[in-house]
Design a protein around this ligand. Sequence first.
Ligand code: FUB
Length: 338
Amino acid sequence: CGAVETGICQNTTTKRDPANPKPLVTDSYTADPSAHVFNGKIYIYPSHDIEANVPQDDEGGHFNMRDYHVFSMDNINGKVTDHGVALDIKDVPWAGRQMWAPDAAYKNGTYYLYFPVKDKEDIFRIGVATSKSPTGPFKAEPAPIPGSYSIDPAVFTDTDGKTYMYFGGIWGGQLQRWYTGTYDKSSSTDLKKDNEPALSAKVARMSKDMLKFDEPVKDVQIIDKDGKPLLGGDHNRRFFEGAWMHKYKDKYYFSYSTGDTHFLAYATSNSPYGPFTYQGIFMKPVTGWTTHHSIIEFNGKWYIFYHDVELSGKTHLRNIKVRELKRNADGSIELITP
Ligand code: FUB
């Protein structure tokens, strides 16, 4: 399809093999898929990877994305429709560079696109843009969400109608630089304190208009089965980036990437604020440096959307995929070996 830059493009896809998922989009690079079901249809809000010829570094400078496209699917095996540019960096007045993993939400007739991008001082902030359509185009608010920082917003609306944003990412996501409450540029990775509690993702309830935080930002604490916080040196289990929240049988499942150890892991709680008890890894490493996922229920089955680098073999040129997420009778998630 040649219409990717200008308008609507439809990829026809035959039935997908659940044991060997193929890239959902093959005519552009896509990553970090945040999937949602709106009006009975699946909408995917991914990053749009491009070759920007920026050298690779630990701060992710090579992920130099400039816009977002929204994709939709009528069903899990159906064609994937690219709805064109939903938001361009040139239309975000405060943005500097690097449009990273977005998410979306719906409330009271409006769709909200949440996106991390560096401001003109090179500090990641989280912006919000609105539309009357799930596919956009979205109009950005003139300033980032007050009090927002770091990356990877994941927006979850609970069964009582309250909406929360989970966010944060260490290393290039800059979370470690906010440890004292103000921005301190000195670390490009983490706290470098292996025996102290690891950095936590953040959570805040959203205001009724979905444009602000309605309360001070809190830590998403992850504890082990003895109630002790995971430590900074515990790279196989600690939070790195890419948070997602879903609810299953009244339990809150906080899932995330362990980054430099390349796993997807999850922890559960009886509250959307946690603390969350670490449960284990549910996806082994994919091809590429890491993956970033979302989880949805659609027509009675659960699915995980994620990315790898099957199309390009290059860490910054990724492609999104989907596969079924299965659970054991006790609610634990079956391990996926990609
Ligand atoms: O796409 C840029 C960054 O890579 C995301 O924000 C992270 O989650 C990682 O997938």
